[in-house]
Design a protein around this ligand. Structure first.
Ligand code: 4BW
Ligand code: 4BW
Length: 146
């Protein structure tokens, strides 16, 4: 099947496909949910990384996690937005990759995750690898194979 099977693609370097940390919208674990909702809304992304002050990856937060956490029995409790912290709500059970991860493995993980966080040995956040970047590359390979 065209160049998806090519060694060059399957053994590509993760570094060539990452969006660097400075371009990734993120929040801090101690931020309020109100702040996180503002960043999510203004950035336009539905889910973004949570970091600590040393730039280590801590979790992921999404608009739906925030809404879910302030759902009362009868109404949405908006007053909770400036009381609760990101660390109380964030997701911590997700896979991460490093610059040494095999490209094939990252591709497999991207089936179930819209993006993967890239961290170094000490957990420092280096950036993300998104489905869009991979599909764009795959599309280019497809066209150059034609
Ligand atoms: O602001 C945007 N610019 C562009 N060029 N495309 C966007 C933007 N917002 C959304 N999109 C598109 C992308 O194709 O919609 C897809 C789904 O967005 P999402 O998940 O639900 O917010 C985008 O697909 P993607 O680029 O493969 O990104 C997958 C997911 O990775 C996004 C978001 O959760 C995260 N992400 C991507 N770039 C990010 C980011 N998070 C923080 N900062 C970034 N720069
Ligand atoms: O409940 C979920 N189960 C699983 N297995 N994966 C989920 C679930 N919710 C989200 N995801 C993952 C998927 O990888 O996050 C991606 C982004 O979700 P989204 O956009 O921002 O809600 C999911 O990527 P996808 O499966 O390629 O789906 C892309 C978008 O298509 C979703 C949503 O807008 C829409 N969609 C997918 N399945 C849907 C659906 N909308 C309504 N009903 C469905 N069954």
């Amino acid at each position: 099947m065209f160049s998806l099977h090519s060694k060059a693609f399957l053994e590509a370097n993760i570094a060539d496909f990452i969006i660097p940390s400075e371009k990734v919208a993120h929040v801090q674990r101690a931020n309020t949910l109100e702040h996180a909702l503002l960043v999510l809304t203004k950035s336009g992304y539905s889910s973004i990384p949570v970091l600590d002050p040393q730039f280590r990856l801590q979790g992921l937060i999404s608009s739906s996690m925030i809404t879910d956490s302030i759902l009362g029995l009868e109404q949405i409790e908006f007053d909770q937005l400036d009381k609760k912290k990101v660390e109380e709500v964030m997701d911590t059970g997700f896979p991460t990759i490093s610059l040494q991860t095999q490209f094939k493995k990252a591709l497999k993980l991207l089936i179930d995750h819209p993006f993967l966080c890239v961290v170094d040995d000490e957990g420092l956040f280096e950036g993300i690898m998104t489905r869009r970047v991979i599909l764009k590359q795959l599309n280019q390979n497809l066209h150059s194979a034609e």
